[in-house]
Design a protein around this ligand. Sequence first.
Ligand code: PLP
Length: 413
Amino acid sequence: MENRERKLALHGGAKAKTSPFGKGKRFGLEEAKELLEALEQNTLFYHGGKKVKQFLHDFNELYGVQYSVAVSSGTAAIHVALGAAGISVGDEVITSPITDQGTIVGILYQNAIPVFADLDPHTYNMDPKSVEARITDKTKAIVAVHLAGNPCDMDAIMDIARRHGLKVIEDCAQSYLTRYKGRLAGTIGDYGCFSTNDFKHMSTGDGGIVTVNSGSEADYYVAHAFADKNYQRFGDAVSRDLTYLAPNYRMTELQGAVGIAQLKKLPWICEQRHRYGDRLTEGIRDLPGIEPHRITEDAWSSYWFYMLRVDEAKLSCTRNEFSKALAAEGIPNSAGYIPKVVYMQPLFQNKQAYLNSHFPFELSTASYEQGLCPVAETILETAVRLPVNEFYTEQDLEETVQAIRKVAEYYSR
Ligand SMILES: *Cc1c(COP(=O)(O)O)cnc(C)c1O
């Protein structure tokens, strides 16, 4: 009630946020020690040194998986998974239209066709009903993007995949230690793909990891070779027979070294973000016109970001006005996430992945017109995205909640 009488900062009132957001150092002597050891090895090549091996060993232990491959980026991780899964020319791969472009790059490099499924309006993850509706006799895989730390409905997706004989690749670039019904995202599908670029929960500058979840050593070897120009470095012998096309996506010892130290911090980072996001929802869930970021029951999110939606029918402001008013209160945010759904990008509108070519689109009847995924399009038009950080404090949380409440109550009809 009090809030309603409070003048918005936008109109010259006092800001809800009274102090700067918490900050912290992501890297310290832990990383420096590992880096020095890497240099003292006198090699920075993953196969010659111990750091990438240790990094993967620790990752496998944390995730309870047997096999993983270190790569140079999250984009590379997804390409490796697709290549190792045998996704190839003209195959259709169903994925989300709200994601980083790294999700679709590997699909097109395999000359496969991205097909976009619509999303759940509040979790922002793929709606299994839409996934199933997009299946054709060319469909070979689903790339399930766990957006912003929040898991997809994996039971439904795995069930669809089994019934249609599809591979499932989990894009976990934004979803470290995310849990779905007690299982870690990235361990449920055939492959789990992670990014360690500098913006993710943990950073090695750039880098990525692919988990190979079948438990088959042969599958692991294929994924491993796919990231290393098809070199087979198993046991003592190295085979360089070129049996199929594979890029060089190797991780260096420097990245592995930093990764070892970062991985030790990861559970704390994810726990902080989890608490922050869930408590933000607690603080705003009763507000008319504000739709919190929904985490499904039995799911655990590590909130790479927090994205709420504004119901313009219940407020006397637009989404953009809401975003501006919130920013004026001292709460940084962005109106929406990516500028447009992925299929509205020129690459899809022009059906041109390669300069001077329309391949592989000319093999496909997949369409990319406006309105293809109406829910996803509406999400981007009505969302307000708030950064989440492991160094944010109790006061940051409190004042963010108060700022959202102040703005929402001011504009409530
Ligand atoms: C960051 C990201 C990627 C790509 O990772 P890079 O390491 O930047 O190549 C892929 N998918 C999603 C959902 C991402 O957020």
